[in-house]
Write a protein that binds this ligand. Structure first.
Ligand code: NAD
Length: 485
């Protein structure tokens, strides 16, 4: 299944996606409903979490009787449905959440369809020796409980479903309430695809109205053997304290270092292409830049050539007040910030209007030179705004970039031709993903080698999750026999 995409293939995909988008009708508002789309009632959507779990469990039992080859047919069918309905899912996601871009979301769904590993990821291990044969196989957990975010809603549901089903599991989702129609469309798509390929009618299930209470029922239910959570720090913490085996894919704040050996024009373009992909919603996207002072002006000029508006410091401060909501703890007086949902994933043009700056759609990102302490550096904004900090040398760059990453160990980027500098930062930052001389999305297989995922499990260590992450190891021992030498 591994696909090694050349630049020409990526260009071809983008052209295909753009063509599909042009032929796609906008989604009428009356159709965002968590139970149906255009009169087609969704399969696998329930009012009560217990009902959803029972349905996914019945689905799991049905696929237990299937061979791996039959299971792979289910996966092939999900890929096909996902490709065919990528533009519809993208349109629905943008309409419902008001976040992201239809063209980029379409590309993300095609990426999920093409590069999420299937059953080939489940590999058994055999060891032989004087005492016979020991076989280690990857078995399903049973029913996986999954929490999904609003930022990549249907991408995550389909990507999780491919991996979890390839591993032999059924799945119950408790999706983000702000993206429930899109998430449930994706749940229905998976069920339609599975059923069309000879599987049960319902293998993945979800809620009509997911809540924190329904998530808690899922955490405690005895049929749920594995929890997989993709989201911000709060929900990852809650899932990790559930007392169950859990995979946590949490927040990031990916820094970028640009040193003075980098191809500066390419670095400027790559950083802005990555930072603006789906309006900065992916957790891997570039969030702040540390650039050597002797190449900073050239980098900024390169970014301006690539659709960026350079803000004054006063504009940057005004924008920070608008895009972040300040909170003061009444007991401790401690100040914290939350991103304004009005701004997450919006077009740069829309965000800039909030401070009275009017630009056209050619402006895809707002950039600003700021000190290290600035909110544009410290906060995970998830919108096309990029703080830029000048640094004297590689020591200062690495020190500040590691601090800005806040120990999430999620993702970091670097543009350089100096192998020593690249290696030093890669080692120091300890992130799950480290991208060199490319846009951030190369780190999830878009224009880069390797498989994709929308669940990057830094906190619990599974990394770029795939089918094998959703399995449990079982050993079978035959003593003294089944050895042929
Ligand atoms: P969010 O944290 O607001 O919500 C995620 C999900 O958790 C939703 O379904 C929400 O309803 C639920 N939830 C929130 N608090 C909960 C609690 N205490 N108990 C149970 N459920 C709870 O996430 P979002 O804003 O949709 O997504 C953005 C965040 O997710 C960012 O921080 C981003 O970095 C992160 N993210 C990480 C990855 C990854 O792979 N590591 C991928 C996508 C998003």
């Amino acid at each position: 299944m591994a696909i090694n995409w050349t630049e020409a293939q990526v260009a071809e995909l983008v052209a295909k996606v753009v063509k599909e988008i042009r032929s796609e009708q906008p989604v009428p508002q009356k159709n965002w409903d968590s139970t149906q789309y255009n009169g087609r009632k969704f399969k696998g959507i329930y009012a009560a979490m217990e009902e959803a779990i029972a349905a996914a469990e019945a689905g799991y039992r049905a696929i237990r009787a299937m061979s791996v080859a039959e299971r792979e047919k289910l996966i092939a069918s999900i890929r096909e449905y996902c490709r065919a309905e990528a533009a519809t899912l993208a349109n629905l996601g943008v309409t419902e959440t008001k976040m992201g871009r239809v063209d980029h979301k379409t590309a993300k769904h095609i990426l999920v369809a093409d590069k999420t590993p299937g059953t080939e990821d489940i590999v058994a291990e055999a060891k032989t020796g004087d005492h016979g044969l020991t076989l280690t196989e990857r078995a399903p957990f049973g029913v996986v409980g999954a929490i999904t975010p609003s930022t990549n809603p249907s991408e995550t549901v389909i990507c999780n479903s491919i991996g979890m089903i390839a591993a032999g599991n059924g799945v119950v989702f408790n999706p983000h309430p702000g993206a429930i129609a899109t998430s449930n469309y994706a749940v229905d798509l998976v069920n339609r695809a599975v059923h069309a390929a000879g599987g049960p009618e319902v293998l993945v299930a979800s809620m009509i109205k997911p809540t924190l209470d329904s998530a808690n029922i899922m955490y405690k239910h005895p049929s749920i053997r594995l929890l997989v959570c993709t989201g911000g720090p709060g929900v990852v913490r809650s899932v990790l304290s559930s007392g169950k085996k859990a995979i946590g894919a949490g927040a990031g704040n990916p820094p970028v270092i640009v040193d003075d050996t980098a191809d500066i024009d390419k670095a400027a373009k790559d950083i802005i292409d990555g930072c603006t992909f789906d309006n900065n919603l992916p957790c891997i996207a570039e969030k702040e830049v540390f650039v050597f002072e002797n190449v900073a002006d050239r980098l900024i000029a390169g970014m301006q050539k690539n659709g960026c508006l350079l803000l004054t410091r006063a504009q940057a401060d005004a924008l920070a007040e608008v895009v972040l909501v300040k909170k003061t703890d009444p007991k401790t007086g401690k100040i914290s910030y939350a991103v304004s949902r009005e701004c997450v994933g919006r077009d740069a043009r829309v965000i800039l209007e909030k401070i009275g700056v009017h630009v056209g759609p050619e402006i895809r990102c707002a950039i600003a030179e700021v000190p290290f302490e600035h909110l544009f550096v410290q906060q995970e904004l998830m919108m096309p705004i990029l703080g830029i900090v000048r640094v004297k040398n590689i020591d200062e760059a690495i020190d500040l970039a590691c601090k800005a990453e806040h120990g999430n160990r999620h993702t970091a980027h670097m543009h350089s031709k100096n192998i020593d500098n690249l290696s030093r930062f890669a080692k120091a930052v300890e992130t799950t993903i480290f991208v060199k001389n490319a846009p951030s999305y190369a780190g999830i297989g878009f224009g880069g080698e390797g498989h994709t995922t929308f669940t990057i499990a830094g906190p619990t260590g599974e990394g770029i999750t795939s089918a094998k992450s959703f399995t449990r190891l079982r050993r079978c021992v035959m003593a003294d026999h089944f050895r042929i030498i």
